[in-house]
Design a protein around this ligand. Structure first.
Ligand code: E4P
Length: 215
């Protein structure tokens, strides 16, 4: 399973990249706005770290605009995946971009049928937003189960990218279901590393080591 960071913070990405556990990055207009920096500068810096998959979202809502933005974004770096929203215009744009060998991440997916359509038009990734479904009183993880099952029934190469992850249990459940990727905020990825018994165990080992005769 691949682990992505859902952030536009180059500092966060660099820190996780250095640990060796990071496989990719997803950004969206909200995350980019938080950084207060030019989108392309941020993308170039992330790609320069060597991150192999960096999703960058179009903001146009019509097919022509999406194609224009997508074609431009892909020229920035070979690691760029173009993020396109799940709309009729987005489906049309994805079909064209995919035929041009541009890898598309179809975003804002909230139903299994939408995921089926994303696969049919050739999206490289489908991004179901589970946290936002949970917020609505629907069990987001059930959607992941459905999509994984549907994608197993057919030879679609589209990868399931679990998005809108809010806590480590989301990551654990997604891994048990067999989702390809989970993208999460920095704070969630940090929690995957931590365990109080690891800290306690280490503190005890170091304390006991002081009793070992040296020299
Ligand atoms: C993923 O690509 C999205 O950017 C993200 O996961 C949305 O998460 P949110 O619902 O926490 O905003």
């Amino acid at each position: 399973m691949q682990l992505f960071l859902d952030t536009a913070s180059v500092t966060e990405i660099r820190t996780m990249w250095e640990t060796g556990i990071l496989d990719g990055v997803t950004t969206n207009p909200t995350l980019v706005a938080k950084e207060g920096r030019k989108f392309e500068d941020v993308l170039r810096e992330i790609c320069a770290l060597g991150v192999p998959s960096v999703s960058a979202e179009v903001v146009a809502t019509d097919t022509e605009g999406m194609l224009r933005e997508g074609r431009h974004l892909r020229t920035i770096h070979p690691s760029i995946y173009v993020k396109v929203p799940m709309t009729p215009a987005g489906l049309r744009a994805t079909k064209v971009l995919a035929a041009e060998q541009t890898r598309v991440n179809m975003t804002l997916v909230f139903s299994a049928n939408q995921a089926l359509l994303a696969a049919k038009v050739g999206a490289a990734y489908v991004s179901p937003f589970i946290g936002r479904l949970d917020d609505q009183g629907q069990v987001g993880m059930d959607l992941i189960r459905e999509i994984v099952q549907i994608y197993r029934n057919y030879p679609f190469p589209t990868k399931v990218l679990v998005a809108s992850v809010r806590h480590p249990v989301h990551v654990l459940e997604a891994a048990k279901i067999g989702a390809d990727i989970a993208t999460m905020p920095y704070a969630v990825m940090e929690k995957l590393v931590q365990h109080p018994l690891t800290d306690l165990g280490l503190a005890r080992f170091l304390k006991d080591w002081e009793k070992v005769p040296k020299g």
